[in-house]
Design a protein around this ligand. Structure first.
Ligand SMILES: [Fe+2]
Length: 201
């Protein structure tokens, strides 16, 4: 029971609580935004494999995440759960589109609570790393780095809880146009390996 609270969801003035299911990551307070394979045209290296999946299996849910609509004011925080589903397009694992923040000098925190994956980080100058995500691991995305979650588990969705400055903004366009310099692919033995992105511009 709360004390001296109006129990109002999204009360950015006096505070609020919100549930996120520890197993599924869903919330009764807000449904997720969903990204289907058809919305990720051009993001996977193997375009033939991409086309084939859509043709033969139909559209697939690749990931979903919470957009709470927190007012984009400096000082406020936005948060939610991101769920990236298992799957591959060719050798490339299912992943989120990835983005820079519009205000480049803003960091973000992710906390993994189920699955197995990686966060691919890349700066505009080309520095990169791929940090492994396992349940119980928190991950710090530094200022200036684009970030993309990648699910390398064949069965379990990768679920993370994230928090970032509400005024950071999302720049998806740079990655949509240029891509990442590196890709995480299955090496053929269900082990992830890093390769250069043949489509990087
Ligand atoms: Fe972000």
């Amino acid at each position: 029971m709360d004390f001296n609270s109006e129990n109002k969801l999204f009360d950015y003035v006096r505070g609020f609580t919100m549930d996120f299911d520890l197993k599924q990551g869903q919330s009764s307070g807000k449904t997720t935004t969903k990204r289907f394979l058809s919305q990720m045209k051009g993001m996977f290296a193997d375009e033939e494999a991409y086309r084939k999946i859509l043709e033969e299996k139909g559209d697939q849910l690749v990931y979903e995440f919470h957009e709470l609509g927190v007012p984009e004011d400096a000082g406020k925080l936005s948060f939610g759960v991101s769920i990236c589903y298992p799957g591959k397009v060719g050798d490339e694992y299912y992943m989120t589109k990835g983005h820079f923040h519009c205000i480049l000098d803003t960091a973000e925190i992710y906390y993994c609570f189920s699955g197995h994956g990686y966060m691919l980080l890349e700066s505009p100058e080309g520095d990169w790393s791929a940090l492994e995500l396992l349940p119980g691991k928190a991950l710090y995305v530094p200022q200036r780095y684009a970030h993309r979650s990648i699910n390398v588990d064949p069965v379990e969705p990768l679920r993370t809880f994230f928090v970032y400055g509400a005024d950071s903004g999302h720049d998806y366009g740079t990655i949509e146009t240029k891509g990442y310099r590196k890709l995480l692919v299955d090496d053929g033995t269900c082990t992830p390996k890093i390769i250069d992105n043949p489509k990087w511009k």
